[in-house]
Design a protein around this ligand. Structure first.
Ligand code: GLU
Length: 449
């Protein structure tokens, strides 16, 4: 129950109307948690129905994706693009290909993206899309035909000033390349309509590393500000073996951390003396799926298990959940705290559930919400858009320095906003309010639309 009856009524309506969209409802509730006293201070929010408007996407496009597999059989998937908010810029956000994809997940991701993109300081609205296509076990030719089939419909809804998709789970450089090729063919234009492109056709250096590196830059600011320390000698757990986790492991190690546990969907490995990071990075690059088996062949004595979330039972100082949503629940949160973990920074989108977040905030565990700490990926996407518009490309060092500056600014903005509103340790509060303010002002200025 909130103090504000406006918020209580709204949340009740959201639950009644979208009750079955549990991920979306959680994202809205997590955001409302930070809005309780703020809506009373700012009566214009209610007067202008800002939140009512914000929780309904400007547009949702759902479409059929028919494609032919290698056996000559016709397959049909569902494609989506949720164009959530264009208040501060063209819709911007990734495409996710995973069999779990549904409207609830894409609405939650799109909603988060509004505030995340706002926090980067770059002019990007919020959007998200994807398909229930499962890339696992598909041939390269099948992935290409699928991406082309998807773009045959999506192309009419996107554009460099309208909506700029990128990657997310299951969508990397290969898929972006195929989608870009088909977009270019259909529109006969060479524009920066997709980000995460290959370096030879408009992609930006550091885009691949950006989310994982950005997470560590953000976490470093937390360590410095709250604890007057850094990553050196800290025991760190990282979940996931995808793009975000890979570069988080790499950067954390570079900053002096000891990686004591890593997981994927099949289980985890842990060693409180530190895992062999070079070997981990080598296996991930070659054979992500067999990651645990390969590691265990060389280090048969490390602790292991086939339940991924048991990773969180490993004693650590810092946890970086980088796999996917809902990987840390209340029980995992309590275990982490009991075993000495003092900081959790989200690399994935919403890996901690609402009860876990509330537990961290109430029990003195520093917590960084993904919309702030994983914004590095979309920030470099924004820099890719700038480079494309300028028809220029910046060096690795230039982009990395800009990324670092953006992550430091996001931290500062979240921290100072949290402090201003009475709880300097609550970065979720800071991120939600700071991200919201810019969107809110833009919405007020643009009238009822
Ligand atoms: N999918 C990433 C995210 O969740 C990046 C989106 C983008 O680069 O547009 O922020």
């Amino acid at each position: 129950m909130y103090k504000s009856s406006y918020l209580n009524n709204l949340l009740e309506n959201v639950k009644a109307k979208y009750g079955e969209q549990k991920e979306f409802v959680q994202a809205v509730e997590e955001f409302f948690d930070s809005m309780d006293f703020f809506v009373n201070k700012e009566p214009k929010i209610e007067e202008n129905a800002i939140l009512e408007r914000l929780i309904v996407p400007e547009r949702i496009i759902t479409f059929r994706i028919p494609w032919v597999d290698d056996a000559g059989k016709i397959q049909v998937n569902t494609g989506y693009r949720v164009q959530f908010s264009s208040a501060i810029g063209p819709y911007k956000g990734g495409m996710r290909f995973d069999k779990s994809v549904n409207l609830s997940i894409l609405k939650f991701l799109g909603f988060e993206q509004i505030f995340k993109n706002s926090l980067t300081g770059l002019p990007m609205g919020g959007g998200k899309g994807g398909s229930d296509f499962d890339p696992k076990g598909k041939s390269d030719a099948e992935v290409m035909r699928f991406c082309q089939a998807l773009m045959n419909e999506l192309y009419r809804h996107i554009g460099p000033d309208t909506d700029v998709p990128a990657g997310d789970l299951g969508v990397g450089a290969r898929e972006i390349g195929y989608m870009f090729g088909q977009y270019k063919k259909l529109t006969n234009t060479f524009t920066g309509t997709l980000t995460g492109k290959g370096l030879t056709f408009g992609g930006s250096l550091v885009r691949t590393e950006a989310t994982g590196y950005g997470l560590c830059y953000f976490a470093s600011e937390m360590l410095k500000t709250y604890k007057n320390t850094d990553f050196k000698g800290k025991k760190v757990l990282v979940s996931g073996t995808g793009n975000v986790a890979t570069y988080a492991i790499k950067k954390a190690r570079e900053l002096g951390a000891i990686i004591v546990g890593v997981s994927n969907t099949r289980g985890y490995i842990a060693d409180t003396n530190g895992l062999d990071v070079d070997l981990i990075l080598d296996i991930i690059a070659r054979n992500r799926r067999e990651f645990l088996d390969e590691y265990l062949k060389i280090y048969p004595n490390v602790k292991t298990g086939n339940v991924s979330r048991d990773l969180w039972k490993t004693p650590c100082d810092i946890a970086l959940p980088c796999a996917t949503q809902a990987e840390i629940n209340l029980e995992n949160a309590k275990t982490l705290k009991d075993n000495g973990c003092f900081m959790v920074a989200e690399g994935a989108n919403m890996p901690c559930d609402l009860e876990a977040i509330r537990f961290f905030n109430e029990n003195d565990v520093l917590f960084a919400p993904g919309k702030a700490s994983n914004a590095g990926g979309v920030a470099v996407s924004g820099l890719e858009m700038s480079q494309n518009s300028l028809r220029m490309s910046w060096s690795f060092e230039e982009v990395d320095a800009k990324l670092k500056g953006i992550m430091q600014n996001i931290f500062k903005n979240c921290y100072e906003t949290a402090k201003k509103y009475g709880n300097e340790k609550n970065l979720a509060l800071g991120a939600n309010i700071a991200g919201f303010l810019k969107v809110y002002e833009a919405m007020l200025a643009q009238g009822v639309c």
